[in-house]
Design a protein around this ligand. Structure first.
Ligand code: SF4
Length: 168
């Protein structure tokens, strides 16, 4: 299996979820949010196609990372490749965050996304809205984006936000 990536995996990020994380930047996003910070990741023809196994080998060799974050682009456009990587990340004991422009509720009916979601701990969902942009909204660009506890949400069949990140 292969995955289309926007760039090589990035170690030591401190802004894509808590702790020190490695980010997998997927290529391809259908949302086209105005003022998106990563417009070069939108094209489904751009980036580089990489064997999933290569990414898994890189993840196996990581040191001193607290978790893995899927970002992009929109990882939910390549759920099966992300699922393969996420399975290995879980075996290695990593906590997994995933950013998406879709809403949690939309993903429940999107092919193969539920399978991937089963391996995701935290989902940051929703499009970037420049009118709701906020530097105080931790780990996201705009206040409408939710930081969701995936396990609880799947159990309750509705989005459950992580209390520590709810903006009042
Ligand atoms: S979902 Fe993310 S990557 Fe896609 S257009 Fe919106 S901000 Fe950009």
């Amino acid at each position: 299996m292969e995955i289309r990536l926007a760039s090589p995996i990035q170690k030591d990020s401190v802004v894509d979820g808590p702790g020190i994380r490695t980010v997998i930047w997927t290529q391809g996003c259908p949302h086209h949010c105005p003022f998106c910070h990563n417009p070069e990741t939108h094209s489904f023809e751009g980036g580089t196609i990489v064997p999933v196994q290569d990414i898994i080998e890189e993840i196996k060799s990581l040191e001193l990372q607290d978790g893995i974050t899927f970002s992009g682009g929109d990882p939910m456009m390549q759920p099966l490749a992300c699922l393969e990587i996420a399975k290995k990340c879980k075996e290695l004991g990593y906590n997994i965050w995933c950013y998406t422009g879709f809403l949690f509720e939309e993903l429940l009916n999107k092919p193969n996304c539920l399978e991937f979601l089963n391996y995701v701990d935290v989902l940051v969902d929703g499009k970037f809205d420049n009118n709701l942009k906020s530097y105080s909204a931790k780990y996201r660009g705009s206040k409408n984006q939710r930081i969701i506890n995936v396990k609880s949400s799947l159990k309750k069949k509705k989005a459950v936000c992580l209390r520590e990140y709810i903006i009042k």
